[in-house]
Design a binder for this molecule. Sequence first.
Ligand code: NAD
Length: 355
Amino acid sequence: TALQPFTYHSLPMRVVFGPGVVASLPQEIERLGYRRALVLCGPQQQATGGMVADALGSRAAGVLAEARMHVPLEVADLARQRARELGADCCVAVGGGSAVGLGKAVALEHGLPVLAVPTTYAGSEMTPVWGLTENGRKRTGRDPRVLPVSVFYDPELTLTLPVGLSVTSAVNAAAHAVEALYAPDANPVISLMAEEGVRALVDALPAVVRDPGDLEARGQAQYGAWLSGACLGATTMSLHHKLCHSLGGTLDLPHAPTHTVVLPHALAYNQRGAPQAVAALSRALGGAADPARRFFDLAGELGAPRSLRELGMAETAIARIVDEVLANPYANPVEVTAEGLTALLHAAWAGEPPQ
Ligand code: NAD
């Protein structure tokens, strides 16, 4: 097929990948000319945050282990205040999307650069997108200042990620790549990364489930997460992400499991309007003719949730989500209708195969 016109905007950042690379963070901070790093992590990852602070030695200003899902404004304010009190000149965010999101919140207000050490596959570290939650409402925006300046992908730090979260987080990553393939601003470079990202993630998962300590498989998964995160940072997401955003924001459903349940259904909905994406995904998924069905089967094989019901959603909430998703139009390869969305959500709620 003929090449369509496109714009490719590369994001300025440095990625360091490999087992043990976290040990070279002090040199990175020195190279960048910073002196006082505030280490941010979640309460359950205090040990990892402390380990990073120890490695930084005199360049660590302190550790704040308060990162929480969706970056509540109170937590953001606390981190901003701590950064000011400690005279921090950069933040090192260690953890998943919540820790990276906290670093971004500080960057947004104080302009402090963020270095990210991701320990899930969510991909926030590759995007200039920030989010803040106030009174139960999440605001998001794009700002180049929140894009991390350096990202250290060290698969050793992912060995402790529980199997269940490893699977759902990896599918969360794959969803970024999937939607990049049919994005309104898709381009051939990002499409290459998307296809390779899905391939790496899906190839790695069975081995990760068999042995969460398999460093090689963990590396593959994290490589896939990097590529998929880059897809998220470079393109505009469609139906799948809007649906998950609404389900998470309105009903407080868990982020990665929600992505895992919804992806087969959103993809099935969009496949008929996105033949090139289907072709790329089919190659990435070992020749599967119906990528949406393959994602659904894979979730079953890997023991991941397949219904919104099991995530705690009430069936009666479907209408609310439909209204909300329809209220904010966005680009999508297939027209989004109330009937189509309702059928999609019913199938996803009940855990039926995608239509
Ligand atoms: P998370 O950061 O909340 O992590 C989930 C859980 O896993 C936490 O309890 C954490 O302590 C634990 N955990 C993380 N790494 C671990 C490890 N290596 N070992 C053991 N436990 C570990 O969740 P997430 O799924 O990484 O990120 C989701 C959040 O990120 C959401 O708020 C989402 O909106 C946001 N996000 C933002 C962007 C963006 O571009 N702005 C992109 C993706 C996700």
